[in-house]
Design a protein around this ligand. Structure first.
Ligand code: 5AD
Ligand code: SF4
Length: 434
Protein backbone atom coordinates (compact mmCIF):
# COMPACT_ATOMS: atom_id res chain seq x y z
CA UNK A 1 0.00 0.00 0.00
CA UNK A 2 1.26 3.45 -0.90
CA UNK A 3 0.65 6.79 0.77
CA UNK A 4 1.10 10.26 -0.68
CA UNK A 5 1.36 13.38 1.47
CA UNK A 6 1.40 17.02 0.45
CA UNK A 7 2.23 19.79 2.92
CA UNK A 8 1.39 23.49 2.70
CA UNK A 9 2.35 26.34 4.97
CA UNK A 10 4.84 26.72 7.78
CA UNK A 11 7.61 24.60 9.30
CA UNK A 12 5.22 23.46 12.02
CA UNK A 13 3.11 21.81 9.32
CA UNK A 14 6.21 20.26 7.75
CA UNK A 15 7.06 18.80 11.14
CA UNK A 16 3.48 17.53 11.60
CA UNK A 17 3.77 15.83 8.21
CA UNK A 18 6.93 14.07 9.37
CA UNK A 19 4.86 12.79 12.28
CA UNK A 20 2.04 11.67 9.96
CA UNK A 21 4.55 9.80 7.76
CA UNK A 22 5.87 7.99 10.85
CA UNK A 23 2.32 6.90 11.67
CA UNK A 24 1.34 5.65 8.22
CA UNK A 25 4.63 3.82 7.72
CA UNK A 26 4.03 2.04 11.03
CA UNK A 27 0.67 0.96 9.60
CA UNK A 28 2.41 -0.65 6.63
CA UNK A 29 2.09 2.12 4.02
CA UNK A 30 5.13 3.11 1.94
CA UNK A 31 5.52 6.74 0.99
CA UNK A 32 5.16 7.59 -2.71
CA UNK A 33 5.72 10.93 -4.47
CA UNK A 34 3.28 9.89 -7.21
CA UNK A 35 -0.28 10.84 -6.32
CA UNK A 36 -1.66 8.76 -9.22
CA UNK A 37 -0.23 5.56 -7.69
CA UNK A 38 -1.31 6.08 -4.09
CA UNK A 39 -3.87 4.24 -1.99
CA UNK A 40 -3.91 6.92 0.70
CA UNK A 41 -3.77 10.65 -0.06
CA UNK A 42 -3.16 13.09 2.79
CA UNK A 43 -3.22 16.86 2.37
CA UNK A 44 -1.76 18.70 5.37
CA UNK A 45 -3.19 22.18 4.89
CA UNK A 46 -2.58 25.83 5.79
CA UNK A 47 -5.20 28.52 6.29
CA UNK A 48 -3.12 31.54 7.28
CA UNK A 49 -4.24 33.38 4.14
CA UNK A 50 -7.41 32.98 2.08
CA UNK A 51 -5.42 32.13 -1.05
CA UNK A 52 -4.03 28.96 0.57
CA UNK A 53 -7.60 27.91 1.26
CA UNK A 54 -8.79 28.63 -2.28
CA UNK A 55 -5.87 26.71 -3.71
CA UNK A 56 -6.69 23.73 -1.51
CA UNK A 57 -10.32 23.81 -2.58
CA UNK A 58 -9.20 23.64 -6.23
CA UNK A 59 -6.90 20.77 -5.36
CA UNK A 60 -9.51 18.70 -3.51
CA UNK A 61 -11.81 19.20 -6.51
CA UNK A 62 -9.15 17.57 -8.72
CA UNK A 63 -8.91 14.58 -6.39
CA UNK A 64 -12.48 13.68 -7.33
CA UNK A 65 -11.12 12.34 -10.63
CA UNK A 66 -8.80 9.90 -8.82
CA UNK A 67 -11.59 8.83 -6.51
CA UNK A 68 -13.97 8.17 -9.40
CA UNK A 69 -11.32 5.99 -11.09
CA UNK A 70 -10.74 4.01 -7.89
CA UNK A 71 -13.21 4.30 -5.07
CA UNK A 72 -10.88 2.45 -2.67
CA UNK A 73 -8.44 5.36 -2.48
CA UNK A 74 -8.67 7.12 0.88
CA UNK A 75 -8.60 10.91 0.80
CA UNK A 76 -7.68 12.58 4.10
CA UNK A 77 -7.60 16.33 4.77
CA UNK A 78 -5.65 17.45 7.84
CA UNK A 79 -3.95 20.58 9.14
CA UNK A 80 -5.23 24.08 9.78
CA UNK A 81 -8.01 24.23 7.16
CA UNK A 82 -9.40 20.97 8.53
CA UNK A 83 -9.22 22.35 12.07
CA UNK A 84 -10.99 25.51 10.94
CA UNK A 85 -13.69 24.19 8.62
CA UNK A 86 -14.34 20.76 10.17
CA UNK A 87 -17.44 19.04 8.66
CA UNK A 88 -17.81 21.82 6.11
CA UNK A 89 -15.08 20.12 4.05
CA UNK A 90 -17.14 16.92 3.82
CA UNK A 91 -20.28 18.93 3.06
CA UNK A 92 -18.43 20.63 0.19
CA UNK A 93 -16.63 17.46 -0.98
CA UNK A 94 -18.59 14.34 0.03
CA UNK A 95 -15.94 12.08 -1.52
CA UNK A 96 -13.38 13.14 1.14
CA UNK A 97 -12.99 10.16 3.51
CA UNK A 98 -11.35 11.65 6.59
CA UNK A 99 -10.99 15.17 8.00
CA UNK A 100 -8.61 15.36 10.96
CA UNK A 101 -7.57 18.42 12.96
CA UNK A 102 -4.20 19.68 14.16
CA UNK A 103 -4.83 18.12 17.60
CA UNK A 104 -5.80 14.72 16.18
CA UNK A 105 -2.72 13.56 14.33
CA UNK A 106 -2.06 10.62 16.66
CA UNK A 107 -5.57 9.30 15.93
CA UNK A 108 -5.01 9.04 12.20
CA UNK A 109 -4.21 5.26 12.09
CA UNK A 110 -7.48 4.52 13.95
CA UNK A 111 -9.45 6.82 11.68
CA UNK A 112 -8.01 5.06 8.62
CA UNK A 113 -8.92 1.63 10.05
CA UNK A 114 -12.44 2.79 10.87
CA UNK A 115 -12.96 4.18 7.39
CA UNK A 116 -11.61 1.03 5.70
CA UNK A 117 -14.03 -1.01 7.83
CA UNK A 118 -16.77 0.89 6.02
CA UNK A 119 -19.29 3.60 6.58
CA UNK A 120 -19.63 7.35 6.21
CA UNK A 121 -16.90 9.94 5.92
CA UNK A 122 -15.28 10.74 9.27
CA UNK A 123 -14.57 14.18 10.71
CA UNK A 124 -12.43 14.13 13.86
CA UNK A 125 -11.43 17.58 15.04
CA UNK A 126 -10.68 18.27 18.71
CA UNK A 127 -9.38 21.44 20.24
CA UNK A 128 -8.18 20.30 23.61
CA UNK A 129 -4.46 20.83 23.20
CA UNK A 130 -2.71 17.83 21.71
CA UNK A 131 1.00 17.63 22.52
CA UNK A 132 2.97 15.99 19.76
CA UNK A 133 5.06 12.96 20.59
CA UNK A 134 8.30 14.58 19.49
CA UNK A 135 10.09 11.23 19.32
CA UNK A 136 7.73 9.61 16.82
CA UNK A 137 8.79 11.32 13.63
CA UNK A 138 9.96 10.12 10.21
CA UNK A 139 12.44 12.85 9.31
CA UNK A 140 12.75 14.26 5.82
CA UNK A 141 16.52 14.73 6.25
CA UNK A 142 19.02 12.76 8.31
CA UNK A 143 21.38 15.68 8.95
CA UNK A 144 18.91 18.38 10.03
CA UNK A 145 15.73 18.30 12.08
CA UNK A 146 12.85 20.39 13.32
CA UNK A 147 12.21 20.24 17.05
CA UNK A 148 8.95 21.79 18.29
CA UNK A 149 9.35 23.51 21.65
CA UNK A 150 6.00 25.28 21.89
CA UNK A 151 2.65 24.46 20.28
CA UNK A 152 -0.17 26.92 19.72
CA UNK A 153 -0.22 30.66 20.29
CA UNK A 154 -1.70 33.03 22.88
CA UNK A 155 -0.85 36.28 21.17
CA UNK A 156 -3.99 36.91 19.17
CA UNK A 157 -2.52 39.33 16.65
CA UNK A 158 -5.76 40.77 15.30
CA UNK A 159 -5.25 39.49 11.72
CA UNK A 160 -4.11 35.98 12.57
CA UNK A 161 -6.05 32.74 12.59
CA UNK A 162 -3.26 30.62 14.11
CA UNK A 163 -4.42 30.86 17.77
CA UNK A 164 -7.83 29.55 16.61
CA UNK A 165 -6.46 26.57 14.69
CA UNK A 166 -3.44 25.64 16.81
CA UNK A 167 -4.92 26.26 20.26
CA UNK A 168 -3.47 27.73 23.42
CA UNK A 169 0.29 27.95 23.77
CA UNK A 170 1.87 24.94 25.49
CA UNK A 171 5.57 24.38 26.07
CA UNK A 172 7.16 20.98 25.75
CA UNK A 173 9.14 19.92 28.82
CA UNK A 174 12.81 20.80 28.66
CA UNK A 175 13.98 17.29 29.53
CA UNK A 176 12.08 15.85 26.59
CA UNK A 177 13.54 18.44 24.22
CA UNK A 178 17.10 17.87 25.41
CA UNK A 179 16.70 14.08 25.28
CA UNK A 180 15.31 14.36 21.76
CA UNK A 181 18.17 16.56 20.54
CA UNK A 182 20.77 14.29 22.17
CA UNK A 183 19.24 11.33 20.32
CA UNK A 184 19.24 13.30 17.07
CA UNK A 185 22.89 14.24 17.58
CA UNK A 186 23.80 10.57 18.16
CA UNK A 187 21.97 9.71 14.94
CA UNK A 188 24.08 12.14 12.90
CA UNK A 189 21.91 15.29 12.91
CA UNK A 190 24.10 18.42 12.92
CA UNK A 191 21.49 21.17 12.61
CA UNK A 192 18.31 21.62 14.65
CA UNK A 193 15.61 24.25 14.26
CA UNK A 194 13.60 24.88 17.42
CA UNK A 195 10.02 25.62 16.43
CA UNK A 196 7.24 27.66 17.98
CA UNK A 197 4.90 30.51 17.00
CA UNK A 198 6.70 32.64 19.59
CA UNK A 199 9.75 30.74 20.81
CA UNK A 200 10.69 33.61 23.12
CA UNK A 201 7.80 32.88 25.45
CA UNK A 202 8.96 29.27 25.92
CA UNK A 203 8.52 27.86 29.42
CA UNK A 204 5.23 29.46 30.48
CA UNK A 205 3.20 26.99 32.52
CA UNK A 206 5.94 24.37 32.88
CA UNK A 207 6.37 22.76 36.33
CA UNK A 208 10.11 22.57 35.78
CA UNK A 209 10.75 26.31 35.21
CA UNK A 210 12.84 27.22 32.19
CA UNK A 211 13.04 30.30 29.97
CA UNK A 212 13.93 30.35 26.28
CA UNK A 213 17.46 31.70 26.87
CA UNK A 214 18.01 28.93 29.45
CA UNK A 215 16.77 26.33 26.98
CA UNK A 216 19.04 27.72 24.26
CA UNK A 217 22.02 27.49 26.58
CA UNK A 218 21.33 23.83 27.34
CA UNK A 219 20.74 22.92 23.70
CA UNK A 220 23.96 24.68 22.83
CA UNK A 221 25.83 22.42 25.31
CA UNK A 222 25.14 19.52 22.91
CA UNK A 223 28.32 20.05 20.96
CA UNK A 224 27.62 17.57 18.17
CA UNK A 225 24.89 19.96 17.00
CA UNK A 226 26.84 22.40 14.87
CA UNK A 227 23.98 24.78 14.08
CA UNK A 228 21.01 25.70 16.24
CA UNK A 229 18.25 27.77 14.67
CA UNK A 230 14.96 28.97 16.12
CA UNK A 231 11.72 30.19 14.58
CA UNK A 232 9.75 32.42 15.11
CA UNK A 233 10.72 35.24 17.45
CA UNK A 234 8.17 37.82 18.58
CA UNK A 235 9.63 41.31 19.11
CA UNK A 236 7.54 41.83 22.26
CA UNK A 237 9.39 38.97 24.00
CA UNK A 238 12.83 39.09 22.35
CA UNK A 239 15.24 39.65 25.24
CA UNK A 240 18.85 40.82 25.25
CA UNK A 241 19.76 37.49 26.88
CA UNK A 242 19.21 35.82 23.52
CA UNK A 243 21.68 38.08 21.74
CA UNK A 244 24.09 37.50 24.63
CA UNK A 245 23.94 33.73 24.17
CA UNK A 246 24.16 33.98 20.38
CA UNK A 247 27.31 36.03 20.78
CA UNK A 248 28.93 33.61 23.26
CA UNK A 249 27.95 30.28 21.75
CA UNK A 250 29.47 29.23 18.44
CA UNK A 251 26.78 26.69 17.56
CA UNK A 252 23.93 29.21 17.62
CA UNK A 253 23.43 30.19 13.99
CA UNK A 254 23.72 33.92 13.33
CA UNK A 255 20.22 34.45 12.00
CA UNK A 256 17.13 35.97 13.59
CA UNK A 257 13.70 35.85 11.97
CA UNK A 258 11.85 38.73 13.61
CA UNK A 259 8.47 39.56 12.03
CA UNK A 260 7.97 43.33 11.85
CA UNK A 261 4.47 43.19 10.26
CA UNK A 262 4.25 47.00 10.06
CA UNK A 263 6.46 50.02 10.61
CA UNK A 264 3.59 52.24 11.74
CA UNK A 265 2.86 52.42 15.47
CA UNK A 266 -0.80 53.13 14.73
CA UNK A 267 -1.11 49.93 12.67
CA UNK A 268 1.01 47.87 15.08
CA UNK A 269 -1.45 48.83 17.79
CA UNK A 270 -4.44 47.78 15.69
CA UNK A 271 -2.61 44.54 14.94
CA UNK A 272 -2.22 43.94 18.71
CA UNK A 273 1.51 43.39 18.29
CA UNK A 274 2.43 45.02 21.64
CA UNK A 275 5.65 46.74 20.50
CA UNK A 276 6.44 50.00 18.74
CA UNK A 277 8.77 50.72 15.81
CA UNK A 278 11.17 52.22 18.36
CA UNK A 279 11.14 48.98 20.40
CA UNK A 280 11.81 47.04 17.21
CA UNK A 281 14.72 49.29 16.22
CA UNK A 282 16.21 48.89 19.72
CA UNK A 283 16.24 45.12 19.32
CA UNK A 284 17.86 45.47 15.90
CA UNK A 285 20.59 47.79 17.27
CA UNK A 286 21.23 45.33 20.07
CA UNK A 287 21.58 42.46 17.58
CA UNK A 288 23.78 44.44 15.18
CA UNK A 289 26.01 45.82 17.97
CA UNK A 290 26.62 42.39 19.47
CA UNK A 291 26.59 40.14 16.41
CA UNK A 292 27.58 42.31 13.43
CA UNK A 293 27.35 39.45 10.90
CA UNK A 294 23.92 38.26 12.06
CA UNK A 295 21.32 38.23 9.29
CA UNK A 296 17.85 39.47 10.07
CA UNK A 297 14.77 38.37 8.14
CA UNK A 298 11.19 39.43 8.63
CA UNK A 299 7.49 39.14 7.72
CA UNK A 300 5.50 42.19 6.61
CA UNK A 301 1.78 42.64 5.96
CA UNK A 302 0.65 45.28 3.48
CA UNK A 303 -2.85 46.75 3.34
CA UNK A 304 -4.03 46.05 6.88
CA UNK A 305 -7.52 47.59 7.36
CA UNK A 306 -7.23 51.34 7.84
CA UNK A 307 -3.60 51.50 6.67
CA UNK A 308 -2.90 54.78 4.90
CA UNK A 309 -0.12 55.73 2.53
CA UNK A 310 1.66 57.45 5.46
CA UNK A 311 1.60 54.17 7.45
CA UNK A 312 2.97 52.25 4.50
CA UNK A 313 5.75 54.84 4.09
CA UNK A 314 6.73 54.14 7.71
CA UNK A 315 7.02 50.44 6.87
CA UNK A 316 9.22 51.30 3.87
CA UNK A 317 11.33 53.48 6.13
CA UNK A 318 11.88 50.57 8.54
CA UNK A 319 12.86 48.31 5.64
CA UNK A 320 15.48 50.85 4.58
CA UNK A 321 16.73 51.38 8.16
CA UNK A 322 17.01 47.72 9.13
CA UNK A 323 18.16 46.41 5.73
CA UNK A 324 16.67 42.94 6.13
CA UNK A 325 18.50 40.12 4.41
CA UNK A 326 15.08 38.97 3.27
CA UNK A 327 11.46 39.92 3.90
CA UNK A 328 8.44 37.67 3.41
CA UNK A 329 5.74 40.09 2.33
CA UNK A 330 2.01 39.46 2.30
CA UNK A 331 -1.08 41.39 1.29
CA UNK A 332 -3.51 41.40 4.21
CA UNK A 333 -6.01 38.57 3.92
CA UNK A 334 -9.18 38.81 6.04
CA UNK A 335 -9.71 35.65 8.12
CA UNK A 336 -13.15 34.96 9.51
CA UNK A 337 -13.17 34.74 13.30
CA UNK A 338 -10.22 37.11 13.83
CA UNK A 339 -10.71 40.61 15.31
CA UNK A 340 -9.48 42.38 12.20
CA UNK A 341 -12.12 40.61 10.10
CA UNK A 342 -14.61 43.11 11.46
CA UNK A 343 -12.37 46.17 10.89
CA UNK A 344 -13.45 48.53 8.13
CA UNK A 345 -11.15 48.12 5.15
CA UNK A 346 -11.51 50.88 2.57
CA UNK A 347 -8.17 50.56 0.74
CA UNK A 348 -8.73 49.45 -2.86
CA UNK A 349 -6.91 46.20 -3.71
CA UNK A 350 -5.21 47.99 -6.60
CA UNK A 351 -3.50 50.36 -4.11
CA UNK A 352 -2.50 47.46 -1.88
CA UNK A 353 -0.93 45.73 -4.88
CA UNK A 354 0.91 48.91 -5.86
CA UNK A 355 2.34 49.30 -2.36
CA UNK A 356 3.19 45.63 -2.30
CA UNK A 357 5.23 45.91 -5.53
CA UNK A 358 6.89 49.09 -4.28
CA UNK A 359 7.99 47.32 -1.10
CA UNK A 360 9.13 44.26 -3.03
CA UNK A 361 11.28 46.32 -5.41
CA UNK A 362 13.04 48.10 -2.55
CA UNK A 363 13.51 44.94 -0.50
CA UNK A 364 14.83 42.98 -3.49
CA UNK A 365 17.36 45.72 -4.14
CA UNK A 366 18.46 45.69 -0.49
CA UNK A 367 18.69 41.87 -0.48
CA UNK A 368 20.84 42.01 -3.61
CA UNK A 369 23.12 44.73 -2.19
CA UNK A 370 23.54 42.79 1.06
CA UNK A 371 24.23 39.54 -0.81
CA UNK A 372 26.85 41.20 -3.02
CA UNK A 373 28.87 41.95 0.12
CA UNK A 374 29.57 38.21 0.43
CA UNK A 375 31.27 37.96 -2.98
CA UNK A 376 34.93 36.98 -2.73
CA UNK A 377 34.61 35.66 0.84
CA UNK A 378 34.59 32.06 2.07
CA UNK A 379 31.81 30.62 4.22
CA UNK A 380 30.90 27.30 5.77
CA UNK A 381 27.94 25.87 3.89
CA UNK A 382 25.78 22.93 4.99
CA UNK A 383 24.97 21.05 1.78
CA UNK A 384 21.22 20.32 1.76
CA UNK A 385 20.48 18.77 -1.62
CA UNK A 386 20.46 19.19 -5.37
CA UNK A 387 19.90 22.68 -6.69
CA UNK A 388 17.25 23.57 -9.24
CA UNK A 389 19.79 25.86 -10.91
CA UNK A 390 21.22 23.12 -13.11
CA UNK A 391 22.57 19.58 -13.32
CA UNK A 392 25.59 18.89 -11.09
CA UNK A 393 24.59 21.92 -9.01
CA UNK A 394 24.09 21.56 -5.27
CA UNK A 395 22.36 23.84 -2.80
CA UNK A 396 23.31 24.60 0.77
CA UNK A 397 22.99 27.22 3.48
CA UNK A 398 25.44 29.49 5.19
CA UNK A 399 25.21 29.85 8.95
CA UNK A 400 23.20 33.05 8.44
CA UNK A 401 20.63 31.06 6.41
CA UNK A 402 21.58 32.47 2.98
CA UNK A 403 21.21 29.88 0.21
CA UNK A 404 24.33 29.10 -1.86
CA UNK A 405 24.40 27.18 -5.18
CA UNK A 406 27.63 25.55 -6.31
CA UNK A 407 28.93 22.77 -8.50
CA UNK A 408 29.19 19.50 -6.61
CA UNK A 409 27.85 15.97 -6.23
CA UNK A 410 25.11 14.33 -4.17
CA UNK A 411 27.80 12.68 -2.01
CA UNK A 412 28.34 16.05 -0.34
CA UNK A 413 24.80 16.24 1.09
CA UNK A 414 24.83 16.64 4.86
CA UNK A 415 28.41 17.94 5.02
CA UNK A 416 29.59 21.39 6.11
CA UNK A 417 32.07 22.63 3.50
CA UNK A 418 33.94 25.82 2.75
CA UNK A 419 32.53 27.66 -0.27
CA UNK A 420 33.88 30.79 -1.90
CA UNK A 421 31.13 33.15 -3.03
CA UNK A 422 31.40 34.14 -6.69
CA UNK A 423 28.04 35.77 -7.49
CA UNK A 424 24.89 37.16 -5.91
CA UNK A 425 21.16 37.46 -6.68
CA UNK A 426 18.43 38.80 -4.40
CA UNK A 427 17.48 35.37 -3.03
CA UNK A 428 20.64 33.28 -3.31
CA UNK A 429 24.38 33.24 -3.90
CA UNK A 430 26.57 31.39 -6.37
CA UNK A 431 29.77 29.83 -5.09
CA UNK A 432 32.67 27.48 -5.71
CA UNK A 433 33.83 24.67 -3.44
CA UNK A 434 37.02 25.81 -1.79
N1 5AD B 1 -3.02 38.17 6.10
C1 5AD B 1 -1.77 38.30 5.58
N2 5AD B 1 -0.67 37.81 6.16
C2 5AD B 1 -0.82 37.14 7.32
N3 5AD B 1 0.08 36.54 8.12
C3 5AD B 1 -0.58 35.98 9.17
N4 5AD B 1 -1.90 36.22 9.06
C4 5AD B 1 -2.08 36.94 7.91
C5 5AD B 1 -3.21 37.49 7.27
N5 5AD B 1 -4.43 37.38 7.77
C6 5AD B 1 1.52 36.56 7.87
C7 5AD B 1 2.26 37.26 9.00
C8 5AD B 1 2.94 36.11 9.69
C9 5AD B 1 3.19 35.16 8.54
C10 5AD B 1 3.47 33.76 8.93
O1 5AD B 1 2.00 35.23 7.79
O2 5AD B 1 3.21 38.14 8.44
O3 5AD B 1 4.13 36.49 10.34
FE1 SF4 C 1 -0.27 34.66 14.57
FE2 SF4 C 1 0.68 36.63 16.11
FE3 SF4 C 1 0.61 34.08 17.04
FE4 SF4 C 1 2.35 34.77 15.10
S1 SF4 C 1 2.32 35.58 17.21
S2 SF4 C 1 1.03 32.93 15.16
S3 SF4 C 1 1.20 36.28 13.91
S4 SF4 C 1 -1.15 35.37 16.54
Amino acid sequence: MKAYIETSGCQMNENDSERIIYLFEREGYNRTRDIEKSDLIILNTCTVRERAKNRLYGHIGNLKRLKSKNNDILICIGGCIAQNLKERIIEDFPFVDIVFGTHNIAELPDLIKRKIAGGKSICSVRDDGYDPDIFKVKREYDFKAYVPITIGCDNYCSYCIVPFVRGKERSIEKNKIIKNINMLACGGVIEVTLLGQNVNSYGKGLDDKCTFPQLLEEVSDIKKIRRIRFLTSHPKDFSKDITGIMKRRKNLAKHVHLPLQSGSNRILKKMNRLYSREDYLNIISNIKDNIPDCSITTDIIIGFPGEKREDFVKTLDMVKKVRFARAFTFIYSPREGTRAYKFKDCIPMKDKQKWFRELLDIQNMISLEENKKFIGHKFEVLVEGRSKKGTCMMEGRMENNTVVNFRGSAGLIGKILSVKITGAKSFYLMGKLD
